[in-house]
Design a protein around this ligand. Structure first.
Ligand code: AMP
Ligand code: MN
Ligand code: MN
Length: 318
């Protein structure tokens, strides 16, 4: 596929868009960008956006305010897009609307994505789904609001152009978007760098609790529901922890585990060089990218950590 317009041939009256569960900056950035782009450039088409609530800092993006947090399952869409969704079971909010649509389109960058839609445009080398979308949109049809959403997606998934998924092409896309004139400096601070006081406190606590395994090649930390309550935070306040653990000298893999419901854990994995965390996550039914992946686990935090560590140990180079 070369551009979004290819998909709009024929009678397209209604389009649905959804992101993934527990949406991050790339998910909110790419879905709102597509929503705004279709509405601006194809005003005859009715477009609905389905999103779970993200952390506060992402709710100010244009288009987010019009998103729906529940699905009316009666709707039949001519076209239904998912952005940044790595597998069918990770679509947020939309329920059966995806299956019911006449045609489905998956736009993504996860290496683990099996291609679950009718049309699959998956670019594993791209930093972000927002980068993939930038390439599918005509530059002269991107206004400042669309550019801001796309740029947000790129900076979140690339850690503001720091992670290994940042390519010269990522920078070119970002440069083209910057020329649309939004305040990039403020955007990076407000949506990516700034932490609430509580977010900083839980980050400090999780780092304090962290332990090393396998001669420091792996760094692990975890947060329980009880601890979240004590620090008055939710799971949306924990996204910095694994990124910081990864930066530990000598660590190849960072593991962060938090409790979603009693006995149900979310596992976040990051790696620095050779280790493919998406492969390790896949053993537990998860997925993601080579250097950033996730999965779920059941039992106690110690059991979940022990299982993941034994899988990691098999793959460490020593
Ligand atoms: P996270 O640790 O949640 O920030 O996720 C890191 C990357 O892995 C993101 O690109 C996620 O979309 C992906 N990911 C996280 N959890 C899963 C999962 N259970 N299944 C597939 N992909 C996942
Ligand atoms: Mn994402
Ligand atoms: Mn992404």
């Amino acid at each position: 596929m070369e551009n979004i317009e290819e998909l709009l041939q024929g009678k397209i009256r209604r389009i649905g868009i959804a992101g993934h569960v527990n949406p991050d900056g790339d998910c909110i950035g790419s879905t709102t960008a597509l929503f705004l782009y279709l509405r601006k450039n194809h005003p005859k088409i009715k477009v609905d956006l389905y999103l779970e609530l993200p952390k506060q800092a992402l709710r100010t993006l244009k288009g987010f305010g019009e998103s729906r947090q529940t699905a009316n399952e009666d709707h039949i869409y001519d076209l239904f897009f998912t952005c940044d969704v790595s597998s069918r079971d990770r679509i947020g909010v939309a329920g059966d609307l995806f299956e019911q649509a006449n045609r489905t389109v998956c736009i993504d960058h996860h290496v683990s994505n099996p291609g679950f839609a009718d049309v699959n445009h998956i670019v594993p080398d791209a930093s972000s789904c927002a980068e993939v979308l930038t390439d599918l949109m005509a530059l002269d049809k991107i206004d400042q609001d669309i550019a801001e959403s796309l740029y947000t997606g790129i900076i979140h998934d690339s850690g503001v152009f720091q992670y290994s998924n940042t390519s010269p092409h990522t920078m070119r896309c970002a440069a083209n978007l910057m020329e649309k004139g939004f305040d990039h400096n403020k955007l990076i601070d407000d949506s990516f760098n700034k932490r609430t006081f509580r977010q900083n406190r839980i980050l400090g606590y999780a780092l304090e609790k962290a332990e090393q395994a396998f001669d420091g090649q792996v760094v692990v930390s975890s947060i329980s529901l009880e601890e979240m309550e004590e620090y008055e935070v939710t799971q949306q306040d924990l996204d910095m922890v694994v990124s910081q653990l990864r930066l530990t000298e000598g660590a190849e893999v960072a593991v962060f585990v938090y409790e979603k419901e009693t006995g149900q854990f979310k596992v976040s994995l990051r790696s620095n060089s050779y280790f493919d965390v998406s492969e390790a996550a896949a053993v537990f039914g998860g997925g993601g990218h080579v250097h950033a992946a996730g999965c779920s686990g059941e039992g106690s935090a110690d059991q979940v950590i022990a299982r993941i560590l034994s899988e990691i140990e098999k793959r460490l180079h020593g």
